[in-house]
Design a protein. Structure first.
Length: 127
C-alpha cells in the first residue's frame, strides 16, 4: 500500500468536482421542493382564511388566484407538492430496501421526474 500512487483526495471538496448524477439531482430537488412547500403552505392557508371572511375576502382571494402571479405560484406549489410526495415515497422505498441496486435507484428517480413533468404539464394546461 505504501508503494501505490493514487490521486490525492481534495482537502475541501466543492460541488464543482463531483460528477452530477440523476440521483444527486433528485435529492437536491427534494430539499428545494420542501423549502418551496414551507413557503407555499402558509400562503395557501392565508388565502383560505381570507376567502373565509365573507364575500369581499372571497372576491379578493379569487381575484388574486386568477391573476398571473397567483396562477404561477399555485402551479409552482402544486408541482413542488407532487414532486415532494412522489420522491418521498421513493425515499421510503429506498429506506426499506426495495430499491437496493443502482439501476433501480436511477430508474425510480427517472419515474419520479416523469410523473412530475406529466403532472406539471397537465396542471399548466388545466390552469
Amino acid at each position: 500500500m505504501a508503494g501505490q500512487t493514487s490521486k490525492p483526495l481534495p482537502l475541501s471538496p466543492h460541488i464543482s468536482i463531483y460528477r452530477w448524477r440523476l440521483t444527486m439531482l433528485a435529492s437536491i430537488m427534494h430539499r428545494a421542493s420542501g423549502v418551496l412547500l414551507i413557503l407555499g403552505v402558509p400562503l395557501a392557508l392565508w388565502l383560505l382564511l381570507t376567502m373565509a371572511h365573507g364575500h369581499i375576502g372571497y372576491f379578493y382571494g379569487l381575484t388574486w388566484m386568477r391573476s398571473t402571479y397567483g396562477m404561477m405560484i399555485l402551479w409552482l406549489v402544486s408541482t413542488a407538492l407532487c414532486y415532494h410526495t412522489c420522491n418521498g415515497i421513493r425515499f421510503l422505498l429506498l429506506d426499506i430496501g426495495y430499491t437496493d441496486s443502482r439501476e433501480m435507484m436511477k430508474l425510480s428517480a427517472k419515474i419520479v421526474l416523469a410523473i412530475t413533468v406529466v403532472f406539471a404539464v397537465l396542471l399548466a394546461v388545466w390552469l
